[in-house]
Design a protein around this ligand. Structure first.
Ligand SMILES: [Fe+2]
Length: 275
């Protein structure tokens, strides 16, 4: 168990703020922190919507699949079952208040990535290009409603890093663990807070800057109890899959680049080799 993760908040001018620079440093080193729930975030309605998906007759379980990543998805190799939709499908399929909730998470995602880029020293004029548009409100995002099917007792969610920029998590049950110095430690549920972690794409675009961030390795323990069902809301801030990512230094010089597809393919290869 870690003592506690650093706690950030969103300031009135929509910036990510930590109480001290030491706390920000800890967050940047760990790659994960808590965010105090911003005022006005429609979390209760989103949680209720997510719980509604546990009903096997929920119409949302019949949404069309878009590729492997979107739709109502039950994976065979772990306990996770989810309704996953990318930003440009929200309006079409989610209720209006859930789409609105997604937009509110977009604002949090932008605030987080802009603070990471601010700390990185990369000139602000390059933030949008570096992030495949995400820092300027473009790019893409997934808003997923997840639960764990305890009829399959074997695996929770195996150790991994997230591929995108930033992940925002609302979890109300224990199970999330992060790897620190070789050991997995619990991330306790802190009521009134979201959990935010950095992903590989954010590591990539800050790698040559004055302050890079790392993607935290995490897992979810196998859920053994049917009551309460572990249920969570996950938002992924991502670059467009067909876009480019650029690595700048603090002088604004290009130090490298990759198509998003190539980066994600490389990560997938590394993951497979690690198994
Ligand atoms: Fe993850």
């Amino acid at each position: 168990m870690i003592e506690t993760l650093p706690i950030a908040s969103i300031s009135e001018d929509c910036r990510l703020a930590f109480p001290t620079s030491k706390e920000l440093s800890r967050a940047w080193d760990l790659g994960i922190f808590y965010l105090r729930l911003p005022e006005g975030l429609h979390l209760d309605g989103a949680r209720e919507f997510g719980r509604g998906l546990l009903d096997v007759d929920s119409p949302y379980r019949k949404l069309p699949k878009y590729g492997d990543l979107e739709g109502f998805i039950a994976l065979e190799n772990n306990q996770q079952t989810k309704l996953a939709l990318c930003r440009h499908h929200w309006e079409q399929h989610y209720p209006a208040d859930i789409t609105q909730f997604g937009r509110e998470l977009d604002q949090i995602g932008v605030a987080v990535i802009r603070e990471v880029l601010r700390q990185s020293g990369i000139p602000e004029a390059l933030w949008s290009r570096a992030s495949g548009g995400y820092a300027a409100g473009e790019g893409t995002a997934f808003l997923n409603f997840v639960h764990y099917d305890t009829r399959n007792p074997d695996l929770g969610l195996r150790p991994h890093t997230d591929y995108g920029f930033v992940t925002i998590l609302d979890a109300t049950a224990v199970g999330l663990q992060i790897k620190i110095a070789g050991d997995f430690v619990d991330v306790p549920v802190l009521p009134g807070h979201l959990v935010i972690n950095f992903g590989e794409a954010l590591h990539f675009i800050t790698a040559h800057s004055e302050r890079s961030v790392g993607a935290v390795v995490h897992r979810v323990l196998s859920q053994k109890y049917s009551d309460p069902v572990r249920h969570g809301i996950v938002y992924f801030a991502n670059p467009d899959l067909d876009g480019m990512l650029w690595q700048f230094d603090a002088k604004g010089e290009v130090k490298g680049s990759s198509s998003v597809q190539d980066l994600f393919t490389l990560l997938e290869t590394n993951l497979t080799e690690d198994r």
